[in-house]
Design a protein around this ligand. Structure first.
Ligand code: GAP
Length: 454
């Protein structure tokens, strides 16, 4: 069974994810992506962009700034309303997110209801997870935006708490400069920052993370229900493309009374993480809230003229949002496999072919035989133009296979003494562990067929 401990340990040992600033004792649940984590993350981004931007005629991409005009956050309601409830333990002074404490203790969702939170904390004698006491301060709202200063701008500026803001403020430019026709979407991948009261569960909840978001603009009179369903399916399909199993994915529709006044519907895609089902992605019908608010706060008309219907309107928005770090966590959890071989166990990361951080590793059988090393280097130099490749001559072959399996390398190529005579090499398949001898001159097209065409 895959546990968070196993994933965290493999991620560090094999260069996927490291605790940030470890030499200084770490920094409040922040993480740094190592070389293989970065490749994996880039592959997930590429897959997302290809799926939702490159392959679609109705979605275009942008890349907006992290620091945006403060009025934008006033208009979206973040400066006043982007709050979580915090509470401190009077005994050990540890700080917690109050609604999460209650949800974990008695499985009740009191998000946003400070009065009831205080009542329940007292009446149910909810215990501090750290010291066991049940003496709490009153809960209070804590704004999660990171504040900073910017030369040339009067007043505070904020690191964006979601990428969506940058999309809405570019709406007018997109409509004016591109030949977009409703329905159309604007997509963006980038960093977002939230001063979470408690970060945790590895890269599941951090204060600096990445989102992949789309604002999909529609005619306000459109029957949107089937489009909403289509987007949910696309989000589920993307989760499957990360390697997840269907049984580990479920939907959670937010109850009507919990929806913001402007939202017609919000549904989360949840994944069965080792710590339980939790939000992976979200889909929200946001009405015309965002464009109307930005129009009001900026005094600019953010309308769309529908030539075919000969009418002007503020479009409504359906917003599919995908967390990139949570996607990466799902791909690590889904890939992790332990297989019994003989007396031992092999750990192998069975990433889908298009996500594997290394596609091919090339080995000389022995590192102290220059003729083998030279030939292996030549092959590596040739293949690295077409594949993500690694040259590996460390330790014995068994150790190299173990390491490459734990990284999820699709194929390992070995150059041995026969290779020098017969101009061939062995290709070992990660999943079946079967080895085939293939002529060197045919190996590239063989690998292209296996990796890109199958
Ligand atoms: N624009 C809508 C929006 O930001 P959200 O549900 O607050 O919606 C979207 O965030 C996604 O971002 C989540 O579904 C999750 O995948 C990811 N996310 C949110 N907070 C996060 C955090 N603290 N750490 C890692 N990922 C986070």
């Amino acid at each position: 069974m895959v546990t968070m401990e196993k994933i965290v340990s493999l991620a560090k040992r094999r260069g996927f994810v490291y605790p940030a600033c470890e030499i200084y004792g770490g920094l409040a649940n922040a993480y740094s992506y190592g070389p293989y984590g970065t490749e994996l993350k880039n592959n997930i981004k590429k897959l997302w962009w290809k799926t939702f931007v490159d392959k679609r005629e109705d979605i275009i991409g942008i890349d907006g700034p992290i620091i945006l005009h403060t009025k934008l956050w006033d208009a979206s309601g973040h400066t006043t309303g982007f709050n979580d409830a915090m509470v401190d333990c009077k005994k050990c002074n540890k700080r917690f997110r109050a609604d999460h404490l209650i949800a974990e203790a008695i499985n009740e969702d009191l998000e946003g209801d400070l009065k009831r939170i205080d009542k329940v904390l007292k009446e149910k004698k909810i215990k501090c997870p750290d010291c066991g006491a049940s003496e709490w301060t009153n809960s209070k709202n804590f704004n999660m935006m990171f504040k900073t200063e910017m030369n040339g701008f009067d007043g505070d500026v904020y690191l964006r708490p979601e990428t969506a803001g940058a999309i809405f403020v570019d709406f007018k430019n997109i409509v004016d400069s591109m030949r977009v026709k409703i329905p159309f979407g604007i997509a963006q991948i980038g960093k977002a920052f939230r001063n979470e009261i408690v970060a945790g569960n590895f890269i599941f909840r951090t204060r600096e993370f990445e989102q992949m978001e789309i604002e999909y603009f529609i005619d306000p009179e459109m029957k949107w229900e089937s489009l909403f369903e289509e987007w949910l399916k696309l989000q589920e399909e993307f989760t499957i493309a990360l390697g997840a199993k269907k049984k580990d994915i479920r939907r959670h529709e937010h109850p009507k009374e919990k929806l913001s006044h402007y939202s017609k519907k919000t549904t989360d895609i949840e994944y069965n993480f080792p710590f339980g089902f939790n939000e992976l992605y979200g889909l929200a019908h946001r009405g015309d809230f965002d464009l109307s608010q930005h129009s009001k706060f900026s005094n600019q008309k953010l309308e769309y003229f529908d030539v075919e219907k000969n009418k002007k309107y503020i479009p409504h928005v359906i917003e599919p949002t995908f967390g990139l770090d949570r996607s990466l966590l799902v791909s690590l959890l889904s890939a992790y496999t332990e297989e019994k071989i003989g007396e031992g166990t092999r750990v192998v990361m069975k990433f889908p072919k298009n996500l594997a951080p290394v596609q091919i590793a090339v080995f000389p059988l022995l590192r102290n035989k220059p003729e083998l090393v030279k030939k292996a280097k030549q092959i590596y130099d040739d293949l690295k133009n077409d594949f993500i490749c690694e040259f590996d001559d460390n330790g014995n072959i068994g150790k190299r296979y173990r390491r490459q399996d734990e990284i999820g390398t699709l194929y390992c190529l070995t150059i041995d003494f026969d290779s020098l005579e017969k101009d061939d090499l062995t290709i070992r398949n990660r999943d079946t562990m079967k080895q085939e001898r293939v002529k060197i001159k045919e190996s590239k097209s063989y690998l292209k067929g296996e990796i890109y065409d199958k």
